[in-house]
Design a protein around this ligand. Sequence first.
Ligand SMILES: Nc1ncnc2c1ncn2[C@@H]1O[C@H](COP(=O)(O)OP(=O)(O)OP(=O)(O)O)[C@@H](O)[C@H]1O
Ligand SMILES: [Mg+2]
Length: 306
Amino acid sequence: MAVIVAVTPNPAIDVTYELPALTVGDVNRVGLVRHRAGGKGVNVARVVSQFGESPLVVAPVGGSAGDLFAAGLDSAGVAHRLVPIAGQTRRTTVVVTAGGETTGLYEPGPVMTAAEWRTLVTEVSSQADRARVVTIGGSLPRGVHAHGVAELVAAVQRSGAVVIADTSGEALVSAARAGADVLKPNQAELAEATGEADWRDGAHALLDAGAGAVLMSGGPDGLVWVSRAGTLRASGIPAQQGNTTGAGDAVVAAFAVGTVRGLPTELVLRRCLCAGAAAVNSPVAGQVDVADCDRFLPYARCEVLR
Ligand SMILES: Nc1ncnc2c1ncn2[C@@H]1O[C@H](COP(=O)(O)OP(=O)(O)OP(=O)(O)O)[C@@H](O)[C@H]1O
Ligand SMILES: [Mg+2]
């Protein structure tokens, strides 16, 4: 039974092209091509399974890229419930040159119809009934209003599962208004969504709107947890050099796993910090070395901020 459901409303096939150099305005022959199922929820699910819990990905998919998405999850051993849509699942293409330069080409993704969106909400609702924690990650598809995230949050809450939303902009505020248990913005997303330059003001604006707690990630500076009971800071791991994409997804995964296991908040936050740092150390987004997390744990501190 999957106890952690990872919802990805706007999934993608991550395509990586490796070539010696990229010349704009000319033909570029690609050396190596890699495809994998992507999107925040997929990264969360992969890390959840590395931590030894069973994730389930729920996402809308369509077209041949949708088939590739399902095959990618199957080969990663990640269970899924995919909602078929008429549009074609998007691709996010990253071109990596021998010099280490990366260039991203991100498709906007399909437009989802109102009926398709309702089917997704229903699927989330029925999977949430069997879950202890549901994560909602990333952007919303075109055609879906920012309020759509509130429908997902409400669907989870009716089931009694804990909901963690990692999104940005209007959707982040909408998730707060819907009463999401936990929101996981990074510092820039928090400032942008709330219009507050100070993270404490931003976090309190989301609590006032209705969120249960805000888990703000601050890159190498670590994490803060803001709830009505007070503010905690997790820090102490030296800054790591590496691939920071997906570090936040590893934090969400560690939070979900800690919650499912009923660990105390301070320990959950320390483990989230370690997961983020371990994700930076891993070259691929959606991957952590659990031994790295264990190695970091003694350095991770959690203190009350006044
Ligand atoms: N360079 C780093 N060194 C050590 N730990 C890091 C570093 N970067 C990130 N982390 C850890 O990972 C957590 C999440 O990172 P960050 O704030 O960059 O997330 P994010 O911007 O949401 O990332 P993404 O959306 O790409 O997953 C941080 O709170 C921290 O614990
Ligand atoms: Mg993030």
